[in-house]
Design a protein around this ligand. Structure first.
Ligand SMILES: *Cc1c(COP(=O)(O)O)cnc(C)c1O
Length: 454
């Protein structure tokens, strides 16, 4: 059969409240044209993020009942630890309430003024937590990863030459090397096993530990299975096990590839670092066997870790994201290629060349998608990155609109609806106008700024 169906059926439904275009025009006005300010029940298809927005399975909901809320030594912790070690046998497993808490703990231990932490591309919370310790966060993704039009099977790969040079010139300043799988800030692009292996070999040569920011490790494993020579006959679980065998530690947001709504962890082999990490954990999150989580959360993560490496799930996940992206590509809508694992990105600057970058083509497109179809997406461009520390304004490298796909939430007809809506936006694109900012906070303006259509 050519048709790939959702490998689940629906037992509990969450009704969507239908809205009209004119209602949405009012909601937009009330939200000052900032999609973060909308009430989410006024959104029909919410593609703002794939983080914590997934649907849990019947087995996960059942596992919640088994949650043991003992303060210390809960069996729920040990079940979670066992499920994780089945994939990633790190010696120490430290649960946190979400990914950034694990980052905060790790970098407060290994960071500090004058230090450098390289990565293929740091995710924004990772970069912010590193910089908060006055450490330099360096992005060393290979050059193909920076061009939205270049087709490459593993655009998330580390640039090994630049990493070697850095290790040679500044090795004494580097406490660890990171690799983000898949590369979220670079469009959800995967890293090849060969590149992970070679990065580990370089780390070994210079005596540095390799840490994975492993939020989407299962999606990355599936890309390796389908794109890298020699992995076609391996299961995603075996591939994930091999990936983790090259690492000395990991940070994780369970809101992605653990299929839960909240959770995360830090895992590592180094005994001294683990002791320091647990000291910080007790101050900021909780006792080492629950961290920032309830026993029931740990149970749901344990089951999620088994489900996320199932081949049918990953085939559906990666294929359905590609289905969305390829349909837009066929219409002629410029997207970042190839389509990544968790999101489709529209190149709004290329699609709306008549809108000056200083009038935010990405924001204009995201607003129109909501107005016409009730679809919520996220501008990743000059609104998000254009404001400079001195208050001046500079165009971002790209003006993208990200449509992130929640896991196991929407069916193909929801996606077909989005495709139809975007086709209509595309047909009338020459009539679209830009926006201007009428109020902005001093920092992270994309969350709260007020806009006005021109
Ligand atoms: C989401 C994410 C994080 C941060 O995790 P939170 O759970 O949102 O705190 C870190 N790195 C990457 C690559 C992510 O996608």
């Amino acid at each position: 059969m050519k048709t790939i169906i959702e490998p689940f059926r629906i037992k509990s439904v969450e009704p969507l409240r239908m809205t009209t275009t004119s209602e949405r025009e009012t909601f937009l006005k009330e939200a000052n044209y900032n999609l973060f300010s909308l009430h989410s029940d006024d959104v029909l298809v919410d593609l703002l993020t794939d983080s914590g927005t997934g649907a849990m399975s019947t087995n996960q909901w059942a596992a919640l009942q088994r949650g043991d809320e003992s303060y210390a030594g809960s069996p729920s912790y040990y079940r979670f630890e066992k499920a994780l070690k089945e994939l990633a046998p790190f010696k120490h497993v430290i649960p946190t309430h979400q990914g950034r808490a694990a980052e905060k703990i790790l970098f407060s231990i290994v960071g500090g003024e004058g230090k450098i932490i390289p990565n293929n591309t740091h995710f924004d919370t990772t970069r912010a937590n590193i910089e908060a310790t006055k450490t330099l966060a360096l992005d060393l993704v290979q050059k193909e990863g920076l061009d939205p039009k270049v087709e490459h099977p593993f655009k998330g790969n580390m640039d090994l030459q630049r990493l070697r040079k850095l290790l040679e010139s500044d090795g004494d300043k580097i406490p660890l090397v990171m690799l983000t799988i898949t590369n979220n800030s670079g469009g959800g692009q995967p890293v090849s096993m060969a590149n992970i292996k070679a990065t580990k070999a370089l780390c070994d040569e210079f005596g540095k530990p390799l840490f994975l920011d492993a939020c989407r490790f299962a999606e990355n494993a599936y890309f390796i299975k389908t794109r890298e020579e020699g992995y076609q006959d391996k299961s995603p679980k075996e591939i994930a096990q091999e990936i983790f065998s090259y690492a000395d530690g990991m940070t994780m947001s369970a809101k992605k590839d653990s299929l839960v709504n909240m959770g995360g962890w830090l895992a590592l082999n180094d005994d001294d670092w683990a002791m320091l990490a647990r000291n910080v954990l007790i101050l900021t999150e909780g006792f080492p066997t629950y961290g920032g989580l309830s026993g029931r959360d740990l149970e749901a993560m344990a089951v999620g870790l088994e489900e996320v490496v199932e081949e049918d799930y990953l085939n559906y996940r990666i294929t359905s994201t590609a289905y969305f992206g390829n349909a837009l590509d066929k219409i002629g809508i410029p997207i970042v290629k190839p389509v990544g694992g968790h999101a489709v990105y529209i190149d709004a600057r290329a699609m709306l060349p008549h809108i000056d970058v200083k009038h935010y083509p990405g924001q204009a497109l995201a607003i129109e998608m909501y107005r016409l179809g009730g679809i919520r997406a996220c501008e990743i461009g000059t609104v998000m990155f254009g404001r400079q520390p001195d208050g001046s304004e500079k165009p971002a490298a790209m003006d993208l609109v990200r449509m992130a796909i929640p896991r196991r939430v929407y069916t193909q007809s929801h996606i077909d609806y989005c495709i139809e809506c975007l086709e209509e936006v595309f047909t009338n694109k020459d009539k679209l106008k830009g926006v201007r900012i009428i109020w902005e906070p001093p920092m992270l303006r994309h969350f709260t700024a007020h806009f006005e259509p021109l």
